[in-house]
Design a protein around this ligand. Structure first.
Ligand SMILES: [Zn+2]
Length: 209
């Protein structure tokens, strides 16, 4: 099963990816993590990648595709994979099509107001890394585990969140059209388990094909 996961930051995409990798024994391939691993690998491709990353230049699609091709040929991808963070543009989706056929694209859907509410009230413990939410019951501003005062990440401030969502919308809308014949849309308004159930049923069906 070769999947792409689409969803805005704060939509619950990461949680869903974990549930899928757990039940279907396919790895999640996030291009950010993949780049970091490759750049430190010392291989020829890795060194080429590192030169782009070190100079702050955009990694060319051709190079990204070569790295991805290498990654999906590894043995843990024998049952498939979940791509996260790639493709981001139609051009990338077209190049991806030349190396592998994607079975399904899962779109995690949540209204932007809901995402904004979730993200701007998210608070982190600087001591133990615990994540809390100022809108949750019993919230005091101190960590529930260790008592340290919680803080808000810069990434979670309202203006930043709005910008991130705008960028997401601009990049993703064309991809939704591009993959319309294999798109599975799921709402993440409920709990992580409620979000996962329809996806699980859908993937079981896909697996049986
Ligand atoms: Zn803590």
């Amino acid at each position: 099963m070769k999947l792409i996961l689409l969803g805005a930051p704060g939509s619950g995409k990461g949680t869903l990816a974990k549930q899928i990798t757990r039940d279907f024994d396919i790895p999640q391939i996030s291009t950010g993590d993949l780049f970091r691993q490759f750049a430190s690998s010392g291989s020829k491709l890795g060194l080429e990648l590192k030169s782009y990353m070190d100079s702050g230049k955009l990694v060319p699609d051709e190079l990204t595709i070569q790295i991805l091709k290498d990654r999906i040929s590894q043995s843990d991808c024998k049952n498939g994979f979940i791509l996260d963070g790639f493709p981001r543009t139609i051009k990338q989706a077209e190049v991806l099509r030349t190396i592998t056929e994607i079975d399904s694209v899962i779109l995690v859907d949540l209204a932007f107001e809901e995402i904004i509410n979730r993200l701007v009230s998210r608070r982190i413990c600087p001591q133990c890394g615990d994540i809390d939410n100022a809108s949750y019951e019993g919230y005091t501003g101190n960590c529930r585990k260790c008592g340290t005062p919680l803080y808000q990440r810069d990434d979670d401030k309202l203006e930043t969140v709005k910008n991130r969502l705008e960028v997401y919308e601009k990049n993703t809308s064309p991809l939704i059209d591009f993959y319309s014949d294999r798109l599975f849309k799921v709402s993440s308004k409920g709990t992580p388990e409620e979000t996962y159930q329809p996806v699980k049923t859908f993937l079981k069906g896909l697996e049986a094909k």
